[in-house]
Ligand binder design. Structure first.
Ligand code: SF4
Length: 291
């Protein structure tokens, strides 16, 4: 059996990937909105256990085309250890087409360009980076642990190494009583500088036990209404300039489903926001996400 410790998360687009837990938890684990790994003490999975999982999976599954290296931050592993894992995946699963991971900005920044190029050459294809916001005051408030400039540098390093980069931002993160205009404009500016291949705009959700849940309870942060969220999305799109990036706002948390390729679809996407703001487009109902 595969060794899994606690709840294991992966991006929606990794639904068909075999998840290998190369770390348990997130090495940062301090973002004010996030409860994914709060119950876990961070640790790096011993290499022998990862190899055992890979050998077990090889014996069970005739074909595995995609792998996702969990938990929150596989790039925190020493480069030599990651190279060994990637090499073993490629050797044991020659049919593998893609290996992906979450990548925290702090871990990316600790890697040299040579480290990242070596990881790419060894088969690491795809990284998911949580920008959340491009606004420094907001990044500080949510305790992301990095500035917007550092986030941009991290994204650019992954792209320079040849990885496909998917970046998430969080609609509503400033609250309706915060500087949502700065959040939208600065997030667009950060995305423009990073030039990701994919942009996923999620909507803020409040999870029990997080500092953000306390801010909501105390009134320090006011959860935006759906129309306020769409107004913010429209502002972000008005500032965005990422030719070729696939833009998606179709996560279960999003009220208005948007999908297109930038910049060619930007006017259409803005038009769809306008339609929704006029009450002429159907909005999704609130969906519980079960965490
Ligand atoms: S870096 Fe990611 S996984 Fe870790 S606490 Fe922040 S949002 Fe959660």
């Amino acid at each position: 059996m595969l060794h899994y410790s606690g709840a294991v998360y992966r991006p929606p687009s990794e639904a068909h990937s075999l998840i290998i837990q190369v770390t348990v938890g997130c090495s940062h684990n301090k973002c004010a909105f996030c409860n994914m790994y709060k119950a876990k003490q961070f640790s790096i999975t011993p290499l022998e256990q990862v190899l055992e999982d890979l050998r077990w999976a090889r014996a069970q599954y005739p074909r595995v085309e995609r792998f996702f290296l969990a938990d929150g931050d596989a790039l925190i592993l020493p480069t030599a250890q990651l190279l060994e894992i990637l090499g073993d995946i490629r050797e044991l699963f020659p049919e593998c087409l893609r290996i992906s991971t979450y990548a925290s900005p702090k871990s990316i920044l600790k890697k040299s360009p040579e480290d990242l190029s070596a990881l790419r050459a060894a088969g690491l294809d795809f990284a998911y980076l949580g920008l959340e916001s491009g606004n420094d005051a907001l990044l500080k408030k949510i305790n992301k642990g990095v500035t917007a400039a550092q986030q941009i540098e991290a994204g650019q390093k992954l792209k320079a190494a040849g990885l496909t980069l998917s970046v998430t931002a969080i609609n509503g993160l400033a609250g309706s009583n915060g500087d949502w205009q700065a959040h939208a404009a600065d997030t667009a500016a950060a995305l423009n500088a990073m030039r990701p291949d994919y942009i996923a705009l999620l909507t803020l959700r409040i999870y029990t036990g997080t500092p953000m849940a306390e801010w909501i309870a105390s009134g320090e942060l006011v959860m935006p209404e759906p129309m306020e969220l769409i107004r913010e999305t429209k502002l972000l799109l008005e500032h965005i300039d990422c030719p070729g990036a696939v833009f998606r706002s179709n996560h279960a948390s999003n009220y208005l489903v948007l999908a297109g390729t930038l910049n060619q679809d930007r006017a259409r996407l803005i038009g769809e926001c306008d339609e929704a703001l006029r009450g002429e487009a159907p909005l999704r109902k609130f969906v519980e996400l079960g965490r």
